[in-house]
Write a protein that binds this ligand. Structure first.
Ligand code: GTP
Ligand code: ZN
Length: 188
């Protein structure tokens, strides 16, 4: 999906004016164009369905945990439009030989993170996409992030980390399965 560059450029010029800047001074002349290109990049997930990444399925007889941890991501807080960023950990227990490519788990995180977001929604959307497309025994998604809206402004608590989890299937039903995955994720 292509963002409306002209509209973003106009809006950025208006914001610069509104804060008392001169959008025509040399250093700011190209800023509206740059910001539009930046939004194109950081909101590129808006045109994507995370489920589309799970069409690659290998028939592999593995009905034990598959966990990709420490997937770095950058997202944008939908309340303040400033970044929040951290790591996502995505695990699932395949069923019926439906195993997807490892990179597809990271691609799903990217698709969901690259739009105005809430951390809880990233966590749940990735978990539900995997449940929907792969119908596994279960899914666990843990996301840890630092929110710039809590760091550089507002409550100003740098270093505070938000951890969210979404557990589905056996991870919701069985405490030992959940505990095993959480200990492998090993959030510090
Ligand atoms: N649940 C949730 N809250 C978030 C997320 N990102 C930012 N927030 C919070 O959204 C809330 C917005 O609160 P408001 O009172 O409407 O806005 P505000 O006056 O700018 O709030 P402060 O940040 O407390 O200054 C804040 O508490 C933020 O910390 C997120 O991913 N999930
Ligand atoms: Zn925020």
């Amino acid at each position: 999906m292509e963002v409306d560059h002209r509209k973003i450029e106009e809006a950025v010029r208006m914001i610069l004016e509104a804060v008392g800047e001169d959008p025509n001074r040399e250093g700011l002349l190209d800023t509206p164009k740059r910001v539009a290109r930046m939004y194109q990049e950081i909101f590129s997930g808006l045109g994507q369905d995370p489920k589309e990444h799970f069409s690659v399925i290998f028939s592999e007889d593995h009905e034990e945990l598959v966990l990709v941890k420490d997937i770095p991501f950058f997202s944008t807080c939908e309340h303040h439009l400033v970044p929040f960023f951290g790591k996502a950990h995505v695990g699932y227990i395949p069923r019926g030989g439906r195993v997807t490519g490892l990179s597809k788990l990271a691609r799903a995180v990217e698709a969901v993170a690259r739009r105005p977001q809430l951390q809880e929604r990233i966590t749940a959307t990735v978990a539900d996409a995997i449940m929907d497309k792969l119908d596994p025994h279960g899914v666990i998604v843990v996301v840890e992030a630092e929110h710039m809206c809590m760091t550089m402004r507002g409550v100003r608590k740098p270093g505070a980390k938000t951890v969210t989890s979404a557990v589905r299937g056996v991870f919701a039903k069985e405490a030992t399965t959940r505990a095993e995955a959480l200990s492998l994720i090993g959030i510090k």
